[in-house]
Design a protein around this ligand. Structure first.
Ligand code: AMP
Length: 405
């Protein structure tokens, strides 16, 4: 990959893997239906490049993942057997699934492994010590292997035993997926082609305070849509009817408006919105200017004039970061703003970085996922990076070169 060298952590390429047992933390927390069938295997596919690389270089692959919220005890529906089956199909080779992730039987099984073999350990969250980041548990996991590779971006913002703790006891490195996630985000935030435009949406201001603060110091333009835009409109003195208002953060919004002006950052708020009585599939939507939101209605999407404003900014941009839908995109009457933003990104020549969670789901549902430069696989982790924070599981990995400090 054509990295810009911003990621200072060792990667799987820096490790000597031949004949080694390699413990790989992956994120196989896949969505399933009521019968436990996997409905989307994207997370399994995302880990394949790292797994296949280790196999090609003569390593033995020991995979460890969480799945669901079993809360520290074995729960049959959260066993990883189906994941192992799907992985075996994708790799076109056997995957041995074990019934635990630590203990004598697991130790015996990994001792007997040959280069090119794959073992999937049982759901690591069957043990409460995982989320407690218990050092003894981390040591037990580490004792299974010679080296540790983390490729689980989706859980990198959590310091758990299998994501952070284990790195203390083994030579460690980032896998290809983790590396790509970090490269894309650090390139966009630290060395972007400009103009750099960020689009923020979603429900609440409170979830994105750190993101707004950090981005204001980096972007050329910040476009705000979604539920959070109404707190900013209210901060500007407008009546917003029954639209979602984050009263506690009105002052914050005022401060951010002032700061944007001071820094010369273009802060674009909606000029028109789609309003309705309630967020429902059969609601009767109406477009109004933001100065004329009726007291009994709520704003649930950005209007067509705002879409055009956003499209113009996106067309000018050379880097775009998008996190959070500008409307209630799950409901047809309020999905147009999200569709227009997604298409504008798809048609732009800018590097387009899309945050995980809802935004990634919207981009996928609209069939334009492949037209983005990068769609993150982690919602919480990508928000942390947008806040300018380090991820504990990444911090725990070995640095590429010894620090000169
Ligand atoms: P978040 O998890 O904060 O990114 O929020 C995503 C959610 O925000 C989606 O489920 C959208 O339906 C919701 N959302 C977007 N715009 C609005 C709005 N104007 N009012 C209420 N919810 C919204």
């Amino acid at each position: 990959m054509t990295g810009v060298g911003l990621v200072r952590k060792k990667t799987v390429r820096d490790l000597d893997l031949a004949g080694k047992r390699v413990l790989v933390r992956v994120d196989f927390n896949v969505p399933v239906d009521e019968e436990g069938r996997i409905t989307d295997d994207a997370r399994i596919r995302a880990a394949l490049p790292t797994i296949q690389y280790i196999l090609r270089t003569g390593g033995k692959v020991i995979l460890v993942s969480h799945f669901g919220r079993p809360e520290g005890k074995p729960v049959p529906e959260y066993r990883l057997d189906r994941v192992a089956e799907r992985l075996a199909e994708l790799l076109e080779q056997p995957v041995r699934k074990l019934d635990d992730c630590v203990g004598p039987e697991v130790e015996r099984a990994v001792q007997q492994m040959k280069p090119g073999e794959v073992i999937l350990l049982e759901n690591v969250r069957f043990h409460p010590e995982e989320e407690e980041n218990d050092p003894e548990f981390a040591r037990a996991l580490a004792s299974l292997a010679d080296v540790y590779v983390n490729d689980a971006f989706g859980t990198a913002h959590r310091a758990h035993a299998s994501t952070a703790g284990v790195a203390r006891y083994l030579p460690s490195a980032a896998g290809f997926l983790l590396e790509k996630e970090l490269e894309e985000m650090s390139r966009a935030l630290e060395a972007p082609a400009r103009p750099l435009v960020a689009i923020l949406g979603g429900k609440k201001v409170s979830d994105k305070i750190g993101v707004i603060e950090n981005l204001l110091g980096k972007v050329d333009a910040l476009l705000i849509g979604g539920g959070m835009a109404f707190t900013f409109l209210r901060a500007r003195g407008l009546e917003i009817g029954r639209s979602i208002l984050d009263r506690e953060h009105l002052d914050f919004a005022r401060r951010m408006l002032a700061e944007a002006q001071q820094r010369g950052v273009k802060l674009v708020l909606p000029v028109d919105v789609v309003v309705a009585e309630r967020p429902a599939e059969d609601a009767v939507p109406r477009v109004v200017p933001v100065e004329e939101i009726p007291p009994d209605l709520m704003g649930l999407d950005i209007g067509p004039r705002t879409c055009r404003l956003f499209e113009e900014e996106i067309a000018r941009a050379r880097t775009v970061i998008w996190n959070g839908p500008p409307g209630v995109f799950e409901l047809k009457p309020f999905a147009e703003g999200t569709r227009r933003v997604a298409l504008a990104l798809a048609n732009s020549r800018a590097r387009t970085i899309v945050g995980g969670g809802d935004t990634a789901a919207a981009v996928e549902a609209l069939g334009v996922l492949d037209r983005m430069t990068h769609v993150s696989t982690g919602g919480g982790a990508s928000l942390k990076l947008l806040e300018g924070k380090e991820l504990p599981a990444v911090e725990a990995l070995a640095d590429r070169e010894p620090s000169l400090a």
